[in-house]
Design a protein around this ligand. Sequence first.
Ligand code: FNR
Length: 202
Amino acid sequence: DDIHILIIPGSLRSDSLNATLAAFASRQAHVLGLKTTLMDLRRLRLPIYDGDLEASTGVPKEALQLQQAIAGCDAVLVVTPEYNGFPTPLVINAFDWLSRITATESQAPGLSTTANKPVALMSASPGPGGALRSMNFLRQYLQMAFQMIVVPQQFALGRAHEAFDEAGELKDARSVQSVKTVLTAVAALAGALRAARQAEQH
Ligand code: FNR
């Protein structure tokens, strides 16, 4: 089977630069022979984490959908803007809910689904830094709280409002190469982990 990457854009905006980068990365992944699924966090409609809501009705079923999507892929790619130096609450809130899923008969704990899952990071911003700081935080958060394996390769797209042509393609060849490098790295790790699991079973 092809390596399957779940791509999560961290912005809801219809003209989102990060969603545009995520879509570009998805097309590049197909060129590299990878399968992708785009996760639309707007469709999930997760409320802001609320312990009272959790106590009365449990973790929203939409968080279970996110868990299933992560369980069903070989690797995750998060493409997020930076708000005041940090990843968007949209991304953090989704993962915070995921972390609250406990073991039931039908469902494994949320954190068991993310453990050892490869993840790659990209970010985009109209500023020169390309939202780089958001990735520093996400790297720590996904590694330390979720035991995900964040690949060292990452890509920050600066001046992102000028970076795409009308078809949504990245104009700069070096940027295209950076996207490919990140995808190749996370796919290689996912492939190696899959091979190791298969070797264990034999
Ligand atoms: C921003 N923006 C921003 N940009 C940046 O490079 N560093 C930053 O710290 C911030 N901080 C920030 C805070 C808040 C609350 C907003 C709304 C915006 C600008 C941001 O990069 C820009 O709006 C992007 O276009 C947002 O990403 P999408 O929606 O285009 O993907």
